[in-house]
Design a protein. Sequence first.
Length: 506
Amino acid sequence: MRKGIWSRLRLTSLRLRLVVVFGLVALTAAVSASGIAYWLNREAVLTRAQDAVLRDFESEMENRAGALPEHPTRDELQRAAGQMATGGQHFTVLLVAEDASGLPVYGGSGGLNGFALADVPESLRAAVNEEQPVDSGNASPYHLYWQRIVDDGTPYLVAGTRVIGGGPTGYMLKSLEPEAKDLNSLAWSLGIATALALIGSALLAQAAATTVLKPVHRLGVAARRLGEGRLDTRLRVSGTDELADLSRTFNSAAAALEKRVDDMAARESASRRFVADMSHELRTPLTAITAVTEVLEEELESEGGGIDPMIEPAVRLVVSETRRLNDLVENLMEVTRFDAGTARLVLDDVDVADQITACIDARAWLDAVELDAERGIHARIDPRRLDVILANLIGNALKHGGSPVRVSVRDADDSVTIRVRDHGPGIPEDVLPHVFDRFYKASASRPRSEGSGLGLSIALENAHIHGGEITAANSPDGGAVFTLRLPRDTSEDVDSEKGTAREGDA
């Protein structure tokens, strides 16, 4: 279950990529929209709040501060500042004037830890006290100036102006903390909306991915089944979109492939049947011909035989070619049994060293073969088929390699390895991949060699039916090396091959 989930969420998954792309698009859109909305609302809230404060401050300066005498006392400034601060905006006021002797006089409304002239930015004070030339475009020498500041994390609005026509200079300090809290609440709301939009986009992407990828997944499963040989696999087609067209194309391709494979299987079956029938039909006349050639061969070997010396070479050729034809027919019948899946094993517990010795002795190869094998290495295999394998490998080494041919046996916990090495020139590199091919001969200029080109192929099939393998290579010291690996207990391997080979009668 975990593997299935991980396979759907792996980094290369198209589903994950769709979800990520949808998420990124939604996140970008939501963050952009939230950022724009926050910026617009922030400016609107701050502008509305500061405009109201500045209008009220300007009105109070005109009405309250403008009514003060030219050289007010501190008490008069304090009283006017207190009256200005009690307005609707509840800001803190600081009034600055000069007494009759020209000394500065300060009067404040208190609050906010005592608003002092030092709390006003120097640039703002300079702008407030700077007298502007009066002309057609500027009717007043002094103007109202404001600035936003932050003190201990709290935003404030600071403003200042002078009474036109002579009078005190007024400064105002207003906390923007309520507006900042409102903007923070707005930011949290927009953040939650962004998160919800991201989650919604992920769910939407998952739904879209499921809708799009489900047919693709079915197509992948169908292609996998088709690759496993289930050529009757088809997809259910629904709709008229591109995925439906792809499903129809797959079904058409699968149907064409199934028909092609059926045709090839039929032709192959007919070909195998033809070879088997031909081989079977050839056995009857070959039996008679073989009997005649055996008589002729006895006449050739007997002293004072009745064979005319003029026709003796022709008789020897007939005997040789008859024997070769008989071997070819037997090999063809063996090949057809492998192709038809009717080859069977007759398993027995054998001593591998004894089996090799018997194979060499039966063919009079004792003088040309060196055996390096300890007795006591047992394996449960088919002795007749092992003899066929050994006869082909050793005979091939003697025929195409060089003497002496060395046969060695090594055992492992669950397998036996037999190596057949000759001392010839080795196998050309371009021939190595084809040594086990049927009817393959290394020299195309000598098609009429003694062999049929089936020996090594039959040896390989006999190894496979045991659950083993044969490999061919060149030894670093020269010569070719054929390595046969067989399981110690063949019955455990052939049982897993759907009954292709099992213990029984040959």
